[in-house]
Design a protein around this ligand. Structure first.
Ligand code: C2E
Ligand code: CA
Ligand code: CA
Length: 442
């Protein structure tokens, strides 16, 4: 894991970076003032004085060249660092055209700077081309470069403002800056959370509706935040995915969940299945499937009792990759479930193309069943369809006896929801298993 500690406060006259340094970080100024200057043979050319809300050091981050100027705090200054890794990842994830334009804009920006420098040099050395006024040519050139520069700034400004509305006239609005700062800080905390082992798995029972016996569970990740709060995935999973951290976290989750399956079987003689959520991003990792197979082996999990849950978005966004990966995953001997079925662009027609063993009916249909005849019919046809395709069905989000009863009428085999149990930690889960039947909450 890379270093996450960049300096955030600078005293008067302290350098944030020097010309020629490699760029490992850009900065947003939170308070104070920074002078950006070029050193020309011992003479200083101040190119900008930046204050709160301004960004500096971004050029070296985008084009990966050394710092083209130095930055010095001229009063005590506080900054939010935006690490190279963070920006690189965001750029790599962006549209290739945007990527190209950004790099091109930076190259031109540097080029302008070089030309400005040359003009500055010739002006100060009195090397203007021969004419009545020795400075005339250089002055013209300077005006040209400056006006081209201003024009380019204007274009970049308007392009950025159009794509993300900000305060009138400003390249980076307050809101954008605040969001960036928040994201950078959160991502640092997420990375630290991995190293500090702040993630935990909870397990939610999945029960056989006919007998109310636990037959398996779903592993759900939680973050024991340093603030003392336990955070649910909705608070962090998107960022974990966007930052690429889902690859490492995903392996940790798989390892934990597979070890749990193995412990349940070997230590407690309960042969239950454990369902593991896989995000679409994890499928971009070419080692995903062999690594999962390896994890199942190393942990001693029973492969046929490991069930990977994926959502429809994977099938829709990349059907080719999905078909190939899901077949390979199936060949490992593990089971596959399609999650949140009915919420995406569900198409019954493509279901048979993928080797799913289980269909999980999304909570929205289950909870709407008692209120809406339409939802009732949707659930009924999903149950029938699954049976026709030889799949098990899990009704998700069962919260009441009435919902459980309605599902039993449809002969849906399995159910999951707060009515049976909330997701609980391993110790609590093992306690639930000691009961012959799950004690009902409602
Ligand atoms: P999901 O895969 O659909 O997981 C089921 C979610 O529904 C869980 O929320 C669970 O606590 C909640 N739930 C279960 N029964 C009920 C109920 O009766 N009523 C209500 N209102 N909710 C119920 P959770 O744990 O907050 O997870 C949310 C989502 O985060 C998951 O949805 C899944 O998409 C994602 N997620 C959770 N753990 C992981 C993980 O380990 N890896 C990945 N990639 N995603 C995960
Ligand atoms: Ca799931
Ligand atoms: Ca689900």
């Amino acid at each position: 894991m890379d270093s996450i500690d960049f300096q955030t406060t600078f005293d008067t006259d302290e350098y944030i970076f020097n010309e020629g340094d490699p760029g490992d970080c850009a900065y947003i100024i939170d308070s104070g003032m920074v002078e950006v200057a070029l050193d020309k043979d011992g003479r200083k050319l101040v190119v900008a004085t930046l204050t709160k809300g301004d960004i500096l050091g971004e050029m070296a981050i985008i084009d990966r060249l050394p710092r083209s100027a130095s930055a010095r705090a001229i009063v005590p200054t506080e900054v939010t660092p935006i690490p190279l890794d963070y920006v690189s990842q965001k750029i790599e994830q962006s549209d290739p055209t945007v990527r190209m334009f950004l790099r091109l804009a930076m190259a031109r920006y540097r080029d302008m700077n070089v030309r400005l420098e040359q003009v500055f040099e010739s002006l100060s050395l009195g090397q203007g081309e021969a004419s009545d006024d020795p400075f005339a040519a250089s002055t013209m050139e300077l005006k040209n470069v400056v006006s081209q520069f201003a024009e380019m700034q204007k274009r970049i400004d308007s392009a950025v403002t159009k794509s993300a509305p900000t305060e009138a006239g400003s390249l980076f609005g307050e809101e954008t800056l605040e969001i960036t700062k928040l994201l950078v800080t959160e991502e640092k905390m997420l990375k630290a959370a991995m190293t500090k082992k702040e993630f935990r798995l909870h397990y939610q029972p999945i029960v056989d509706l006919a007998s109310n016996r636990i037959v398996g569970c779903e592993a759900l990740v939680r973050w024991n935040h340093p603030s003392g709060e336990q955070l649910l995935p909705s608070r962090f999973i998107n960022q974990v995915e966007d930052s690429g951290l889902i690859i490492d976290l995903g392996y940790w989750i798989a390892e934990e969940a597979c070890s749990f399956q193995s412990r349940l079987f070997n230590d407690f003689q309960h042969d239950l299945f454990v369902a593991i959520n896989l995000s679409g991003k994890q499928f971009e990792d070419q080692f995903l499937i062999p690594s999962l197979a390896d994890i199942m082996d190393r942990t001693g999990a029973r492969r046929e009792q490991i069930k990977f849950e994926i959502t429809e978005s994977l099938l829709i966004d990349n059907p080719e990759l999905a078909t190939q990966s899901l077949h390979q995953l199936k060949e490992t001997g593990a089971k596959l479930a399609i999650d949140d079925f009915g919420t995406g662009y569900s198409s019954f027609s493509y279901l048979h193309r993928f080797p799913f063993d289980t269909l999980k009916i999304d909570r929205v249909f289950v909870s709407a069943m008692s209120r809406s005849e339409k939802s009732n019919r949707i659930v009924k046809s999903l149950v029938n369809l699954s049976r026709d395709l030889g799949m098990d069905v899990v009704a998700e989000g069962i919260e009441t006896e009435q919902e459980a009863e309605l599902m039993r009428n449809f002969k849906a085999a399995l159910g999951q929801g707060f009515y049976f149990s909330r997701p609980v930690n391993e110790t609590e889960f093992v306690k639930l298993l000691r009961q012959p039947k799950i004690e009902l909450a409602g």
